[in-house]
Design a protein around this ligand. Structure first.
Ligand code: NAD
Length: 428
């Protein structure tokens, strides 16, 4: 499958169909779960700073809410499509189910590039998105959150618009808010840390000490930065990270064989996770082509940027050293590449398990917001560790017991739980 033809939703459905076959899922449940329950597509007219009006395309997809309100981020991206949003919504359903939190799957997006928009224009897009969706989202129906290129500030504008429309304070409407305004301590770290909790558990199973391992990371945004930090804390060495270069419209890998230092890299990274090439060279980093991250002689690969990054055409570059692929990003590995990783016996920690720390902490944020009582950071992170560790244990135990590929085992657990909720509700 070439990068051009790639369709995330077709891939999500292929993954689902495979497991539905494996489970012998009945036809109505299959039909219900392989497409979203509800979809919204709408226009957001925005008066730009120069006085002209531009119309942005917005989406919200609620894939399944049998286990609880839909939950999922809103992504701002120039190449956003409804199929990407559908796939991400479906993955959210499986993700919430695999960590066993009482939420369903949703996702939203706007076709836009915040790099080229002023703060005021971005605020208008956020408020416009909520105006279109205010009646179909909320604390007990569908709870949005940040995703690629959306920030806590965007979430504040959105909750403010929602509260203005509904006349009250509803901090549980949205997560990813700043601490002090309904946000949870630990949310910033949660996804990246969650990735590393699962890596730690996988290394235990492989009987490998973290201190003797190295990793290569794609991306240097929220997920990647905190994964790099915690992985270093447990003793690992990160030899490179990569990022998208807005000016050159391509990606680069930043390599330091002795180990990258996240603190010095953060200092030369813009708030979209783009690293400054020249400053990186000045700090002694080799600046390599974007795809170099995948070909490093490391123990662990952590794709933490975008979907469709490990494919049939580049999976051959994965070094024979690699023992674990921990999918920080959503949908980074195509089914074709998956087969190759499986055949090589590489331990894949699938996206909807590896990066479920974000939604788990968002769930904690929602619980705290609804109670209006906030926990200390240590309490949040220790609850997160417990959830991630038990989710990992359930998946790896099933994989071992039924001799399943780890991704299939995670899907079997999630799909069974969601199918059971649909059956118990009498939907199918
Ligand atoms: P982000 O916007 O903070 O960072 C994205 C990073 O990827 C940036 O460093 C960017 O430069 C880099 N990047 C973009 N395109 C690239 C390319 N072609 N090659 C190399 N690098 C590239 O986003 P994030 O929040 O870190 O999310 C990353 C991934 O993790 C996404 O797939 C997202 O859906 C997923 N995810 C995020 C969270 C969360 O809590 N933030 C939770 C679950 C899943």
């Amino acid at each position: 499958m070439s990068a051009k033809q790639f369709n995330s939703f077709e891939m999500a459905q292929q993954q689902f169909d495979r497991v539905a076959d494996l489970l012998g899922l009945d036809q109505p449940t299959r039909e219900l779960l392989r497409v979203p329950l509800r979809e919204y597509q709408f226009s957001i007219p925005v008066r730009m700073d120069d006085g002209t009006v531009r119309v942005f395309r917005g989406f919200r997809v609620q894939h399944n809410d049998a286990r609880g309100p839909s939950k999922g981020g809103i992504r701002f991206h120039p190449l956003e499509t409804v199929d990407t949003v559908r796939a991400l919504a479906m993955w959210m359903t499986w993700k919430c189910a695999v960590v066993d939190i009482p939420l369903g799957g949703g996702k939203g997006g706007v076709v836009c590039d915040p790099h080229n928009l002023s703060q005021r224009e971005q605020e208008s897009i956020c408020r416009g998105w909520v105006r279109q969706m205010a009646r179909n989202v909320g604390p007990v129906t569908d709870v949005p959150a940040p995703d690629v290129m959306t920030t806590p500030q965007h979430m504040v504008w959105m909750v403010d618009e929602f509260e203005t429309i509904h006349g009250g304070r509803y901090p549980g409407f949205i997560t990813g808010k700043p601490v002090g305004l309904g946000g949870s301590l630990g949310r910033t770290e949660a996804t990246g840390y969650g990735v590393v909790y699962t890596i730690r558990e996988a290394l235990k199973e492989l009987n490998v000490s973290p201190g003797s391992t190295s990793a290569s990371v794609q991306g240097f945004g929220n997920v990647a930065q905190y994964a790099v930090r915690l992985y270093r804390q447990i003793g690992g060495t990160v030899v490179c990270v990569s990022s998208w270069d807005q000016a050159d419209q391509t990606s680069y890998t930043f390599r330091k064989a002795s180990g990258v230092d996240p603190d010095e890299l953060v200092g030369i990274t813009d708030h979209f996770g783009g690293i400054d090439k020249q400053k990186a060279r000045d700090l002694g980093y080799e600046v390599l082509p974007g795809e170099a991250w995948i070909a490093q002689d490391v123990d662990i690969l952590i794709p933490a940027a975008l979907e469709n990054q490990v494919r049939g055409d580049n999976v051959g570059k994965v070094s024979s050293h690699v023992k674990i692929v921990a999918e920080g990003a959503n949908g980074p590995t195509t089914p074709e590449a998956d087969k190759a990783l499986q055949a090589r016996g590489i331990f894949v920690i699938p996206d909807f398990l590896a990066n479920a720390g974000g939604v788990t902490c968002s769930y904690f944020e929602q619980v705290q917001s609804n109670m209006n009582y906030f926990w200390e950071k240590d309490e949040v992170l220790s609850k997160l560790d417990t959830k991630m560790t038990s989710a990992f244990a359930a998946v790896s135990e099933l994989a071992r017991r039924q001799k399943l590929f780890s991704r299939d085992a995670a899907y079997v657990i999630s799909i069974s739980r969601v199918a059971k909720a649909c059956r118990e509700r009498g939907w199918v």
